[in-house]
Design a protein. Structure first.
Length: 319
């Protein structure tokens, strides 16, 4: 068996509902090339042709060429090491490998007073919507959340316009100072989506980081990079330089429900060196979810294969 005991863990009703939401959100990705991977491996014999076919399918699933090659190499090593005989055993091993790849190496630092989350990303990726959903998620957890509009280079619909054109670091400094004084647990802030140049971004975010610590020495700071899953590997490629300049600490992958290219998530750590912290699987306020690698992989690579006519095998539940 693979590293994780897939489909056999005890979960609460709430966790089950969360699983179903992720499964529905990943339907377009799952029923594309990832379902082909499940179908291929379920009844296959393990041989060189199978590895070649799997590598091709992973690339088509938008995992990315380098990541696909490495995953297949790791699978080959595990098959040899554990003397796996069947395609079903290889599939479970692949689930474990991908799950390890996606599991964050460390938790978010939200213990500061206040905890500050800076949300960055190019315009159009769902940054503002993500901020609203993050606020809803943390309020549901009982935190007092303050929002700060740090993208001062454009007007924000429905927000106070007095700070348009102001220094973003000054705006966020004021927000952190105010949050501390008024007993808020968290500040969530955005910053400019237009990246004038790499140095400009580095300077701006460095200044913001200093302003956070100046406003409250006990504050913690997370920098979340929002990526649009609809653009798949293109989003990952475009984010590489952006990410280096921004000193991001995690990724939010949005719009997974609207694309068959959700496989790009698998290569986020390899290409960006960042953990996925949240995924967006719908338009509702509670459709931004804390990322759970095992639930994601279970939804991506389901237990049952599909028959040739496309019907689910007996016992497979609806997504």
């Amino acid at each position: 068996m693979g590293f994780f005991n897939f489909f056999k863990r005890d979960i609460s009703e709430e966790e089950f509902q969360e699983q179903q939401k992720v499964k529905r959100g990943l339907e377009k990705t799952r029923t594309g090339f990832f379902q082909s991977i499940v179908n291929t491996l379920t009844n296959a014999q393990i041989d060189d042709d199978l590895y070649d076919q799997l590598e091709e399918q992973l690339i088509l699933a938008d995992v990315g060429p380098a990541c696909a090659v490495r995953l297949v190499d790791e699978l080959h090593d595990e098959v040899e090491e554990k003397h796996l005989k069947t395609g079903k055993e290889a599939l479970d091993a692949l689930r474990g490998i991908i799950c390890q790849e996606l599991t964050p190496r460390y938790p978010m630092d939200l213990d500061g007073k206040p905890a500050v989350i800076l949300v960055i990303g190019v315009n159009g990726v769902g940054k503002t919507t993500t901020i609203a959903k993050l606020a809803g998620l943390y309020k549901k957890q009982g935190r007092r959340v303050m929002l700060a509009a740090g993208d001062t280079f454009r007007a924000h619909a429905g927000l106070d316009q007095r700070h348009v054109g102001a220094d973003p670091a000054a705006v966020i400094f004021d927000a952190v100072k105010s949050a501390n004084a008024r007993g808020y647990d968290m500040v969530i802030a955005d910053t400019a989506g237009r990246l004038h140049n790499k140095k400009g971004l580095m300077d701006e975010l460095s200044k913001i980081s200093r302003s956070v610590k100046k406003a409250s020495p006990e504050a913690s700071l997370e920098v979340l990079l929002v990526l649009d899953a609809i653009t798949g590997q293109n989003a990952i490629s475009q984010a590489e330089e952006f990410c280096k300049a921004a000193n991001a600490t995690g990724v939010v992958l949005t719009k997974l429900d609207g694309t068959p290219r959700g496989g790009c998530a698998v290569s986020v750590w390899e290409n960006l060196g960042l953990p996925i912290r949240f995924i967006g699987v719908g338009e509702k306020i509670d459709d931004l979810m804390e990322f759970d690698a095992q639930t994601f992989v279970e939804s991506l690579l389901p237990e049952s294969a599909l028959q040739k006519d496309g019907k689910k095998e007996e016992g497979e539940s609806e997504a």
